[in-house]
Design a protein around this ligand. Sequence first.
Ligand code: SF4
Length: 298
Amino acid sequence: MASACSPLLSRASLSAGLHCCRIIDFSYCVPTGRLLEFERRGLDRERQARYGPVMPVAKTAIEWTEATWNPVTGCSKVSPGCAHCYAETLSRRFRWTDRPWTPANAAENVRLRPERLDQPLRWRRPRMIFVNSMSDLFHELVPASFIEDVFAVMAEAHWHTFQVLTKRAERLAELAPSLDWPENVWMGVSVENSRWAHRADFLRDVPAAVRFISAEPLLGPVDALALDGIDWVIAGGESGPHHRPVREAWVLDLRDRCVDAGVAFFFKQWGGRTSKVGGRELDGREWSEMPETRLAVV
Ligand code: SF4
């Protein structure tokens, strides 16, 4: 398995039509070592003494982030946006999980990875880190105490910016009051069409420095999505052999409402059989806006 999951193969798998999602989890590939980015230089002695040796960074092909960190892996599907979950496809292809990501199999598929908790503390250079690209941190089988541990690490690793994305908005709202919300933690929910726009209502009450919406894969109009209290919207079409086409009108409507509301808008891709085939130009240009904030500095 280790030699099979090189970044080259992962990219080939993408272009061969694995379904759209946002993940390449190289932390699974740590045993291979050779194709990972190792940060070996420049770690100050104080931090090295405190956190131990520098760890390989889990690089990613996701356009709006720089690295991934997966203290939990495995999940179960909750809405139509999950239908072609890339994390499931990748996990089953490489036998990280054997059974479909249904609620009935969740107890087997959802795994805590406490040994990964300290990884960001060992990444020296400040990064934008997508948390749990291979799962959903607020999955009902992830204990609240473990979520608190993840938040404690994010607070301690203040030189990074962490992006947490969930479809479990109700559980997020339930746990948010008991979590610390340092400035370097951005919180988002997925909204694939108007049917799921209410997830944003739960997000609005979360005291995160940046609140964002992932409208990807965009499966229908999101005119029911209110943008007050939202700082950033990411949109994109689905990719893969069974991709569900996105309509330009849905994207333009969302883009226009973001512009009117002063919300940063990032258009990731049109999607199609492969993630790159449709490009990412919208209305004559690329949209890569990021929310106004600052990256923490070491
Ligand atoms: S919530 Fe995310 S990780 Fe979980 S099944 Fe759905 S798309 Fe996959």
